[in-house]
Design a protein around this ligand. Sequence first.
Ligand code: ADP
Length: 460
Amino acid sequence: MADAAIQSEDRTIKLQVAAARQEESGHGIARLSRASLSAIGAMEGDVLEITGKSMTVARAMLGYPEDEELQVIRLDGLQRGNAEVGSGEHVKVSKAESRPAQRVVFAPAHKEMRLQGPAQALKRNFFGRSMVQGDLVATTGQQQVADLPPQLQRMFNAPAYSLTQIRLNVVSTVPKGIVHIDENTEVELREVYEEAQGPRGDINYDDVGGMGDTIRQLREMVELPLRYPELFTRLGVDPPKGVLLHGPPGTGKTRLAQAVANESDASFHSINGPEIMGSGYGESEKALREVFEEATKSAPAIIFIDEIDSIAPKRSQVHGEAEKRLVAQLLTLMDGLNSRAHVVVIAATNRPDAIDEALRRPGRFDREIVIGVPDESGRREILGIHTRGMPLGSGVNLSELARTTHGFVGADLAALAREAAIDAVRRIMPKLDLEARTIPPEVLESLSVERDDFLAALKR
Ligand code: ADP
């Protein structure tokens, strides 16, 4: 097998990372060829240690037939984040031993998320699955409802977290190293986000649907230069400083920028145009300067400016001095960014013609990408993302839904999935004892989002 992959004494091979298929993301599996598996002495189902800049674990599965001849390993976005690698880069892979954990502590993977309730459900969800401290992991959904206290109020407050995938940070484990949860493991769920973070944020390329080509373009413009600055220096070309995304609201521009930042191992700093405009005299410029300073300090970094048209309208058309000063400040900051600062500014607008022309000159926002309303296959992908982890009834046909939602943008499709899930929860409400701390397993089992739930949500 030595010719099939680079092999060393300790049965470690080097494989190139490729993206997992969308429908398999979040399951903690890695796919690799038969030859690669035997080169490390592993079989399907074994635990693998996967090391990029960091180490993570996955369960081995046999690769897709088309990958059989290739030295690739398919990892999903969370796993790429956990190993700190990008698609196309290499990781070291070997067979690993996983020990039963005495204790595992989870916390929500981002700041806005609040979780409550018994950690018992988590234990069921992750039973047998190997993990290491610092990993971001995704639940598979269904049992998660049990994590919500049964009070009606709360259930409706957190439906998005109950029926869709929840991402959690593995805050700590006892013992350290590669562990799995078994019947004796004590599992704790912290209610809020913990600063002690894994290497990356939780949004990645798997979370933006219908953007295959756009992701490729952005990877070239942003991820490559941030990841391999020396390549660009060597070629004597300056990587782009600014990229303008234009497209209607709700098409995923913000999410895409977050995904690029995470997959490039860059910090993410966001500025909301209208919000910054609302600050007092001189405050807006100051706020803008501060974001640029902070980004430069924590480079590689991406600055995301949402609704840039509101802070940089055409100067010929504005009368207020404040607006003019803000445009000028933004230009100064862009020009002041050293091309070796490893900071890329991504701005979003729905009205590219409304922004000051000076911003679109070379060295500023000189690249543009159009983010359109998704087509049918894009809608199918987006629906797949937002129903990931939902217990779907057998009558649910996402392709049919994609066909009948012409004109829907990502935000509409996300809302549709959420509404359908709320209907499903509403259906089981009468079976719940609102005083009880947990939801009986048989009620949970009966919970599923049906075709009619989607149709009803569509009518609203
Ligand atoms: P924009 O910045 O273009 O206004 P956002 O990125 O803020 O849009 O999208 C709002 C929400 O809509 C996202 O949080 C996500 O739930 C959903 N969404 C929008 N576009 C997509 C997409 N292409 N794929 C997956 N989800 C999407």
